[in-house]
Write a protein that binds this ligand. Structure first.
Ligand code: ADP
Length: 382
């Protein structure tokens, strides 16, 4: 009964274009140039070789390199009605934001466009039935990542790093960003792990390898595998034929095959993420919110309490954290018309004054519920 209650008023965001996709996985990195796109493309081909249906969405606006890596050049995708049909290359479905973007526009203009485009990508690309959709993100921790985490229900994220990036502490930023928006970290891949001599097969750690594994241990996440430095891997990126497609056997091909195997295992097992997600959440008849967390009695948080404590940038100064919304401006009779789920980590409310930009993380909602409880205990004691 309680479960039924929850689904009555919290609307799931599951765009029709992604309904046939079993797992959406973000591929991120702390900084550019670590080989994230190279790894994403070859991992996709390695997964396809195991019989899985795989798609790759290149959302890296700063260096959309995948059309080149997959030999798609400047080819434009087909449009069917309002849907974009992904291209098919080397057994994988593929779309790139870069293809749709004006290359002459400076990057500073591209970022806000990309945020809107990523939303369009989620809604308007006809991915069909896929086992895995890998989303190659721009490096860093910007808006594109957050939009994706909010709009698509990600199975998880994979962080690609190099030994140097671990040493510089850059890789952990990507990890922390995903943790903040409650996207489970499926694991870490260490690229450019070492160099395997093509003549004698001896491996040399040109940069101190093992950092990825150590980082995984430090943060309690999976280490998915290491990919060696391989001039052939670099050349294959320029040729438009991924190494996994080009070569039947080499230490790098073996490493990608092992990586695909481990990736499948980890995705199948799933990674739990600590969220304060309520057991039930529903609207009361008078437009307030009734929330229940595990093993706790339900608490009703009034629409006005929620509106006054809206965490959006229009109501709180982002720099100072000071509330800019004057509570006196929020009417006593304000109500909530709808609750929408945002990614895995929170909800958004449609208030009767038209406001709907705040994202209430579950932790924050729990805090508001606690305050409400404390306030009612105090008034009871008086
Ligand atoms: P990112 O997506 O992180 O910006 P790319 O995938 O574009 O990085 O790779 C950056 C450069 O490094 C490319 O020239 C690519 O061919 C090369 N590269 C990536 N991984 C390897 C590797 N394991 N061995 C050799 N070169 C690599």
């Amino acid at each position: 009964m309680a479960e039924q209650h929850k689904h009555q008023s919290v609307q799931e965001q599951s765009p029709r274009s992604l309904s046939g996709v079993k797992h959406i996985i973000a591929i991120g990195s702390g900084k550019g140039g670590v080989g994230k796109s190279t790894v994403a493309v070859n991992l996709a081909v390695a997964l396809a070789k195991t019989g899985a249906k795989v798609g790759v969405m290149d959302a890296d606006i700063y260096g959309p390199s995948q059309p080149g890596m997959l030999g798609a050049g400047t080819e434009q995708p087909h449009i069917e009605g309002d849907m974009i049909i992904p291209m098919n290359r080397h057994g994988i479905s593929f779309m790139s934001l870069g293809i749709l973007m004006d290359e002459d526009k400076p990057v500073i203009w591209r970022a806000p466009i990309a945020t809107r485009m990523i939303q369009q990508f989620i809604e308007n690309v006809k991915w069909g039935d896929l086992d895995y959709l890998l989303v190659d993100l721009p490096p860093g921790t910007g808006d594109v990542q957050i939009t994706l985490a909010q709009q698509a229900r990600l199975t998880g994220a994979v962080i690609v790093t190099t030994p140097q990036q671990v040493a510089l502490g850059v890789a952990k930023k990507g990890l922390q960003m995903f943790a903040q928006v409650k996207v489970p970290i499926l694991g870490i891949i260490e690229n450019m792990s070492g160099f395997v001599c093509p003549h004698c097969g001896k491996e040399t750690a040109i940069f101190k390898s093992g950092g990825g594994k150590q980082m995984a241990e430090t943060y309690g996440v999976n280490f998915l595998g290491g990919i060696p430095i391989d001039p052939e891997l670099m050349a294959s990126g320029d040729d438009g034929v991924p190494l996994m497609e080009k070569k039947a056997n080499s230490p790098t091909v073996t490493a990608f095959a092992a990586l695909a195997e481990r990736f499948r295992e980890v995705v199948a097992q799933g990674v739990a993420v600590q969220t304060a997600e309520p057991e039930t959440m529903a609207l009361s008849g008078d437009g307030n919110v009734i929330v229940t967390w595990k093993d706790q009695p339900s608490v009703t948080i009034s629409a006005r309490e929620l509106r006054v404590n809206c965490p959006c940038a229009g109501c709180v100064d982002e720099e100072s954290g000071q509330r800019t919304l004057d509570p006196m401006r929020v009417t006593l009779g304000i109500t909530i018309g709808a609750i929408n789920r945002v990614g895995r980590y929170g909800v958004n409310f449609q208030f009767s004054d038209g406001h709907n930009t705040g994202i209430y993380g579950y932790d924050y909602l729990q805090e508001l519920g606690r305050r409400k409880n404390d306030a009612s205990k105090q008034s009871f004691n008086v």
